[in-house]
Design a protein around this ligand. Structure first.
Ligand code: PNS
Length: 164
């Protein structure tokens, strides 16, 4: 049984993430999308909301599960009995950081392998931060994220403007 974890913040999930999940679901027996619950980070949606959003979007995949985690990724991987981590690589600028994390994780848990999937060219510019920046100025984000989550993102920014 090849069980892999695809970890991330997914704040919010983008078409780039969805593409990596779809492709890795075809490569491994089971994918656990690990949603980092980082209370120190000022996130748009809390981890429970991000999990619910992802579950809704990933219903069609019967080998993909979504779960929040906090603390170290290696501990989550051990708990889930998974020894593969999937990460997307958009550009060479991602590589240095990703390599460092992958190597640190392997030092801590030598059974853990990180597999990098090259991001589809259509999404190589895309990140959750870019989506947030665009949405915060009222930009059209329909090319970046699934249609069903656009109202939630727009509402989050409308609300944050109202309370300022
Ligand atoms: O989508 P992101 O924000 O680039 O994902 C980063 C993530 C969640 C994969 C990374 O920050 C992570 O694994 N955090 C958990 C803490 C940890 O184990 N850090 C790596 C060891 S230094």
């Amino acid at each position: 049984m090849k069980r892999a974890i695809y970890p991330g913040s997914f704040d919010p999930v983008t078409f780039g993430h969805m593409d990596i999940i779809r492709r890795s679901a075809g490569m491994f027996d089971e994918i656990i999308v690990g949603v980092l619950n980082n209370s120190q980070k000022n996130s748009l949606f809390n981890a429970d909301v991000r999990v619910t959003i992802l579950e809704g979007l990933l219903k069609e995949f019967d080998n993909v599960y979504v779960e929040a985690f906090d603390g170290l990724l290696v501990d989550f991987a051990k708990k889930k009995d998974a020894n593969i981590i999937v990460r997307g690589l958009r550009a060479v600028t991602d590589f240095e950081y990703e390599l460092q994390i992958a190597q640190t994780n392997r030092v801590e848990y030598p059974k853990l392998d990180t597999v990098f999937l090259v991001t589809d060219l259509n999404y190589s510019y895309l990140s959750s931060s870019i989506v947030k920046e665009f949405a915060s100025f009222g930009g059209d984000i329909s090319k970046f994220v699934p249609e069903s989550i656009i109202p939630m993102i727009e509402d989050a920014y409308t609300y944050s403007k109202r309370i300022k």
